[in-house]
Ligand binder design. Structure first.
Ligand code: BGC
Length: 908
């Protein structure tokens, strides 16, 4: 095997410029996709020791990194000469290719870092350096900001509904700069414009945070937008969550941070002679108002096009009559860089249907439940008011039903945008500072008849890159997967939410229940890391957490408890498992400990009774103390494991012992030794005990058997709410009965995902019976199951981040084909399989620098082929064992095609 590779390498003479510049035999391993703190070429990194990751590619199997060298320089030229004046790691003997901590000269604000990597392969050969990647350091110190916070002159009373302010600053340049960056934080939301153009393609910047603890600034490269002569910066501010001036039950109008919109904006330019110049917000900026006369995130936006100030953001505009801005104290929170993907418009959908529900009341059906807004194209007389109401349900008579989504709004109308025409030909408009959850847009006030081409739906959410794909021969599963993805993105706008319409709240429980699905499908780690920072900002000294994050203060008295709050511990744990991120876990260690200590202070004899329980169950209810104590145990265990990782042996033991005490208490309180049932035997109680590992080992088989019997007695239906559904999926699969999950997931009557589809769902719903919201993500863990069980791609808890993983496709029901891909931090992992006659064909991809344990369904090792060979002659595959009905191999990196004979009962 080694021979084969060596022969091929000899044939492949690579010209390497390294060292002597003479042609050398080099490695074919290519270093690609450089990432700094998860992001590709980020601007505005404000951690002083950023973590660097790269992926490796090779045409050959069995490749891995044995050493690396990272070069970081502050000029591209220097790096091109292979000199790293900021950091030259030298040759480091290590297989670490993700989260390598920068260890060079201390990084200072604004430094543009150019970096590249080369690696040594399994034969200790090195290839060319990677392409050059970059990251820009942000503004690390408060004194780096020369810009002042500014606002429109006014008083505190002006916190009520006010037109969205426009800010403007013109300036002359003797020549264009060679490099220019804008650092901007405009709260609640801002849109930055330069010389008449919108800068970048972000919308709803910056992401929501608890502004009195932390506000985020965004960095743009604006070099190409500046010109010799006169230039102008323009900024429009929306209220967002910073100035929630309308009322709803969650009290954001009483938020301690609430204030009128404020702006801090700093344009820094460097010229060809190395001179620099800064244009920074201060009281010399001009302010005015424009056409946005109302904006409130839960209500909507009103735009009077007659008030547009044509050219206000262009250099030539005369602003002499505009008042001056006023210096403002700004939010009290620290300014940090927005180190996560921004919110963007990711798709534009054409409506599927248009009806006139009553004379002059037009209802556009987008055909897809979603988050975003409508773009309207209309013409008519000036002053005509077109009103767009958004919702996800219709009344029987075809009119819009906003009953559920509007129930908590205490002032103004829910999800309603108004456009007032200027009366000049065709007018195209879309809102800027709100988003809505909807499938239907009801339009009234049109000057004439509506037509389908008047309106488009703009899909808006945190613009993650996709990190996975899944499809299989079962169409129902494909549709569930599709709906899950829609609900997932509908519920991420800088922080994870429960629903995009009724609440837009960062319910912590919903977030952790969907986090594994999020990590399989999307490049979501950076966004989760940001939100875990938001939880830190909300954690009280007592250790307590609120049920929604960010919050104005609502959610400590109701809506929290371990089943929700554990997002704080569980999501970092998932980031560790799926992305190999130890920092997010260890950085918060003391706070996680404090949370567990808080639960201990609430526990009575090891049982925690506070908090919400299994929410929206199908029929059986489970006492909250069962699920709350289950999460208490899980959190204590994670704290103990993190302590061990940090070398804190004392703590590791202490929290390990605490976990054991909780387990004993749990069994004392809830386990009936005679019946083998927990808490009277609901599916949730049983699966809670099994999933968390609370069942005494000697009882595990009996409890598991009882759970399966219970489900069978319920005709294979799940009977659980959001917590129990995830437990069931996880514990049945771990116990070797994924077929029971398959049976639940293929149901098409109550309660099931299939039943929602039968009713026309295009997203996941809040409740099994279809009541309430129709765009919730909390039942979305089923998508993670598709990857884990049908694709069979499972991370190894002992070699995190998919450094090692297994590929174990399970043959279930009528599924004869599945294609799963997950783009891990090491590169794409693929598991594509198909049953053809009595043959099982499995094509897999294992990234360079990783290894996998592959389970090939078959009970006869000798009949398995891989590529052209029988497996015993295979290349880079090692037979391990026969286990159940699988032949198990250990494989090195590369692509493989296994063909096996299926055991008689599996063949189709
Ligand atoms: C939200 C849920 C949330 C729950 C907690 C609901 O109103 O929509 O998703 O987890 O409250 O009680």
């Amino acid at each position: 095997m080694i021979g084969l590779r060596t022969v091929m390498l000899v044939q492949m003479i690579l010209v390497s410029s390294v060292g002597t510049g003479l042609p050398q035999l080099g490695s074919d391993v290519r270093v690609v996709d450089l990432r700094c703190e998860y992001m590709s070429n980020p601007l505005g990194v404000d951690v002083t020791q950023p973590r660097l990751s790269w992926k490796l590619e090779s045409r050959w199997r069995g490749q891995k990194q044995t050493a690396y060298q990272v070069l970081v320089a502050d000029s591209e030229g220097m790096l091109k000469d292979d000199r790293g004046n900021l950091w030259d790691s030298g040759k480091v003997a290590s297989d670490q290719s993700i989260h390598v901590v920068y260890a060079g000269r201390p990084l200072t604000s604004r430094t543009r870092c150019y970096w590249k990597v080369r690696v040594w392969d399994i034969d200790d050969k090195t290839g060319p350096f990677s392409e050059i990647g970059t990251w820009d350091m942000g503004l690390l110190l408060p004194q780096d900001w020369n810009a002042q916070w500014v606002s429109v002159p006014g008083t505190d009373e002006d916190k009520g509904p006010q037109p969205a302010p426009l800010f403007r600053k013109s300036f002359l340049l003797a020549k264009p700069p060679v490099s220019a960056r804008v650092y901007i934080c405009g709260l609640g939301y801002h849109e930055l414009r330069l010389n008449g153009e919108k800068v970048g393609d972000h919308v709803l910047d910056p992401a929501f945070t608890r502004y009195d603890r932390r506000a985020l600034y965004v960095v743009h490269d604006v070099t190409s937008l500046l010109k010799k002569g006169s230039n102008a910066l323009g900024v429009i501010l929306g209220n967002g969550w910073y100035n929630m001036h309308t009322r709803a039950v969650w009290d954001f109008d009483k938020a301690p941070w609430r204030d009128r919109p404020v702006l801090r904006c700093q344009l820094e330019m460097t010229f060809d002679d190395a001179s620099t110049r800064t244009v920074a917000s201060d009281a010399t900026w001009r302010v005015s108002t424009g056409p946005i006369i109302f904006d409130s995130i839960r209500n909507g936006e009103t735009y009077d096009a007659r008030l547009e100030k044509a050219g206000w953001d262009a250099a030539e505009f005369n602003d002499i009559n505009w008042p001056l801005a006023e210096a403002d104290s700004g939010p009290t929170g620290e300014l940090r860089a927005q180190m996560m993907p921004p919110i963007k418009v990711t798709q534009t959908l054409k409506p599927a249907k248009l009806t006139e529900s009553k004379p002059g009341v037009w209802v556009f059906d987008i055909g897809q439940n979603m988050a975003g807004w409508a773009r309207l194209k209309v013409s008519g007389p000036a002053g005509t008011q077109v009103i767009m109401r958004y919702g996800e349900r219709l009344h029987a008579d075809g009119t819009l039903d906003q009953q559920d989504i509007g129930q908590h709004i205490k002032a103004g109308k829910p999800q309603t945008d108004t456009y007032i025409l200027k009366g000049q030909g065709t007018e195209v408009w879309e809102p800027q500072f709100v988003y809505h959850g909807f499938q239907y847009v009801e339009v009234t006030g049109l000057p004439g008849k509506a037509s389908l081409d008047m309106l488009e739906a703009r899909v808006v959410h945190t613009a993650f890159d996709k990190a996975g794909s899944f499809e299989c021969s079962n169409d129902l599963f494909n549709r569930i997967q599709r709906n899950t993805l829609w609900s997932y993105v509908s519920n991420f706008h800088g922080y994870p939410t429960d629903c995009p319409h009724r609440e837009k709240n960062g319910w912590t429980g919903d977030a952790h229940l969907a986090a594994e699905t999020g990590l399989y499908n999307f490049d979501s780690a950076a966004a989760y890391a940001k939100w875990i920072g938001d939880l830190r900002d909300e954690q009280r000294d007592s250790g307590e957490l609120p049920g929604i994050v960010p919050t104005s203060g609502w959610g400590y008295a109701w809506g929290n408890g371990p089943a929700w709050d554990s997002a704080y511990v569980l999501i970092p744990w998932y980031l560790y498992q799926y992305s190999g991120d130890t920092r997010v876990l260890t950085e918060r260690y003391d706070r996680h400990k404090r949370y567990v200590d808080y639960l201990t202070s609430k526990a009575e004899h090891g049982i925690v009774s506070i908090g919400l329980g299994d929410w929206v169950p199908a029929k059986s209810k489970t006492p909250e103390k069962v699920t709350s104590t289950g999460y208490y145990y899980r959190d204590a265990l994670i704290v103990s494991k993190t302590a061990a990782m940090l070398g804190k042996t004392e703590d590791a033991r202490k929290y390990g012992d605490l976990a054991l005490e909780i387990r004993d208490a749990f069994n004392r309180e809830f386990f009936n030794r005679e019946t083998g049932l927990y808490a009277g035997g609901t599916q949730t109680a049983m699966s809670c005990a099994l999933t968390h590992g609370l069942v005494p080992p000697a009882e595990r088989a009996r409890v598991f058997g009882n759970l399966v019997a219970m489900i069978e007695k319920n005709d294979g239906f799940l009977d659980a709410g959001i917590l129990g559904t995830k437990y069931l999926i996880d514990c049945l699969t771990a116990g070797g009965r994924a077929d029971v999950v398959y049976a639940m997931a293929t149901k098409t009557t109550y309660p099931s995902w299939g039943r929602w589809l039968e009713e026309g769902a295009t997203t996941l719903w809040e409740q099994w019976d279809g009541n309430a919201s129709r765009n919730h993500i909390m039942f979305g863990h089923i998508s993670a199951w598709f990857y884990q069980v049908l694709g069979g791609i499972v991370p190894d808890p002992e070699a995190v981040g998919f450094k090692h993983f297994s590929i174990k496709p399970q043959l279930l029901g009528d599924v004869t084909l599945a294609k799963a891909e997950h783009k891990s931090m090491y590169g794409p992992i693929r598991s594509n399989w198909e049953i053809r006659g009595d043959q099982f064909i499995l094509k897999i991809a294992v990234p360079v620098n990783t290894t996998a344990t592959v389970y090939v369904p078959s009970d006869k090792q000798k009949t398995i082929t891989e590529g052209p060979d029988y497996i015993h002659a295979g290349d880079h595959t090692k037979f391990l064992r026969i286990e159940d009905e699988y032949v198990v191999f250990e494989v090195e990196s590369g692509t493989y095609e296994f063909i096996s004979q299926l055991p008689a009962r599996e063949a189709k």
